[in-house]
Ligand binder design. Structure first.
Ligand code: AHR
Length: 530
């Protein structure tokens, strides 16, 4: 339960009630200054960009029960499966239209030798998973299993190659095994192991966290390695790899500067960024379910920090790439807390509360805002690890609050970003603060505008006025809400619907064309304007 210390009082809120900015509303009859807590949306979308669906990507590492027991149970399991992959999980992932899935790591990727994971299972070499619990990895889930699973789910594979402990030849052969259609040693090996035609592999990362677990390299040394390794990751036939260079950790701006300076932009499709929300810092992450209001506000402040990180890395990238050809790929993000008591510390299993649903909403809104540079992202991690969207336990499977945000937000995939301006107070506690309302809007290919709002205030329901600039709001429809009565509420196998996605009737259009959204405390709402 949240410790309700004296935060978010009305007086504190009133004193902090400062408009983030104010914008005239041409089609509505009010000015933003008159609207109080409000969001003004430029509905014309002039000069705007598409929100790349790939920012809704996920991440699956050989870590804890992400792969084994999470995605993969094996063909002989009594748990319903499609070629070894859990059927319940496949269905859940299809529903939210996951656009891409990163694999096999993470830190695991730089110790992974792909040839150990192909061919007859009984011949596959076993290895120690040194990063994650020191458990035996039997390699029963390998390249064929992963790529077949991606085809079944209907998602693009995002492979992370081994630079830290692998050779150029090994990486080059992996690409050949996966994507070459013809006579060659690796293509023949693939055929021998049951797959005649190559797979389509779109996204390919050259190493992971090369500044840390991926080899403790300097950015200059990594840049040289990147240039060399990527040269031999070939494009075969129609398969065109979108190559991602290993980017900075959090605010390591020197890394971004050095890689952008040393690697010609035509050699990379993207540069990665990793940022996790640790409420009290790396050494004081805190519990996923037992936290104070102060820790809650601190968490949200850290979630908003993503905006500053992207802004600063983007401005460095723009010096070398003014046309923004290179994507910033936030291929690890999410909240990272202490593991649940009694679980293996190397398995990174944590619960997922309404706080995490809000972290997801705020972060996705930030990615939308930076859609001109952020064209791919991967939440860490998809099942049973860190900020997961799904938990499994034997035959049981359930969806976390974060899953419901991805479900609710899928309407923004590949839609046109509509820039918006938010006016709101901050929530404050113990020296931490965060904007109470996080918002985003987009227009889909049918011309339907979708608006998403998050109310971070845990105590007060709030009316948020939404005004369109450059269009009339005819009617509102399809409103959905994710909410809870307590910020620490979570789902478990006995209570899988404590937090779920539900219809919402709190959105109304006034005669003045201004929309009022009556947001419950600690809630996320998405609705359509037609
Ligand atoms: O997601 C867990 C780990 O966090 C990944 O393996 C690594 O890349 C990062 O440090």
């Amino acid at each position: 339960m949240v410790n309700l210390s004296k935060c978010f009082g009305a007086a504190a809120l009133a004193s902090l009630l400062a408009a983030c900015s104010s914008t005239g509303v041409e089609n509505g009859k009010a000015d933003a200054a008159d609207l109080g807590t409000s969001v003004v949306i430029d509905a014309t979308g002039a000069d705007s960009v598409i929100i790349n669906r790939n920012i809704y990507g996920h991440f699956s590492e050989h870590l804890g029960h992400c792969i084994y027991g999470g995605l993969w149970v094996g063909k002989d399991s009594k748990i319903p499966n499609v070629d070894g992959v859990r059927k319940d999980v496949i269905d859940a992932l299809k529903k939210i239209r996951i656009p891409n899935l990163r694999w096999p790591g993470g830190c695991f990727a730089d110790e992974y030798h792909w040839k150990n994971g192909i061919g007859p299972k009984e011949n596959r070499a076993k290895m120690v998973n040194t990063h994650w619990g020191g458990v035996v990895e039997d390699n029963s889930f390998g390249t064929n299993e992963f790529l077949n699973m991606c085809e079944e789910i209907g998602t693009e594979p995002y492979i992370c190659g081994n630079v830290g402990s692998g050779s150029v030849e090994e990486m080059s052969e992996w690409v050949e095994y996966m994507t070459f259609d013809g006579e060659s040693p690796m293509a023949n090996l693939r055929k021998k192991y049951g797959r005649e035609k190559p797979w389509n592999v779109k996204f390919f990362a050259v190493g992971n966290e090369s500044w840390g677990c991926g080899g403790n390299m300097t950015p200059a040394y990594y840049s040289d390695l990147y240039r060399r390794y990527q040269t031999f990751a070939r494009n075969y036939g129609n398969n065109h790899l979108l190559k991602v260079a290993g980017g900075p950790n959090v605010d390591d701006y020197n890394w971004t500067e050095t890689v952008m300076k040393n690697v010609p932009i035509w050699q990379m499709w993207g540069l990665s960024l990793h940022y996790y929300v640790h409420p009290g810092g790396w050494d004081n992450k805190g519990s996923a379910t037992k936290f104070s209001e102060e820790q809650y506000v601190q968490t949200m402040q850290r979630a908003y920090h993503m905006d500053e990180l992207i802004t600063k890395h983007d401005s460095i990238m723009t010096k070398y790439d003014p046309e923004k050809k290179v994507a910033l790929v936030v291929d690890e993000w999410g909240a990272w807390y202490d593991v649940e008591p009694g679980t293996n510390p190397g398995f990174l299993f944590q619960q997922n509360t309404m706080r995490d649903a809000l972290v997801a909403a705020v972060t996705l809104n930030i990615f939308h805002k930076h859609a001109d540079r952020v064209r791919m992202a991967n939440l860490a991690q998809i099942i049973n690890v860190l900020q997961s969207i799904i938990f499994t336990d034997g035959e049981k499977m359930m969806l976390t609050p974060t899953y419901h945000i991805f479900d609710m937000y899928k309407v923004h995939q590949d839609a046109l970003l509509l820039p918006s301006t938010t006016s709101c107070p901050d929530i404050v506690c113990g020296g931490f603060n965060a904007a109470q309302i996080s918002a985003s809007a987009s227009k889909d290919k049918d011309g339907v505008i979708h608006v998403s709002l998050a109310n971070l205030d845990t105590r007060n329901a709030t009316d948020v006025k939404v005004a369109l600039k450059g269009a009339e709001a005819g009617s509102v429809a399809d409103a959905l809400v994710v909410k809870a009565d307590d910020i620490a509420t979570f789902n478990d196998f006995d209570h899988p619907d404590n937090i779920s996605l539900n219809g919402f009737d709190g959105v109304k259009v006034g005669n003045d064309g201004i929309i009022t959204v009556s947001m419950p405390a600690m809630s996320v709402v998405t609705f359509a304007i037609k």
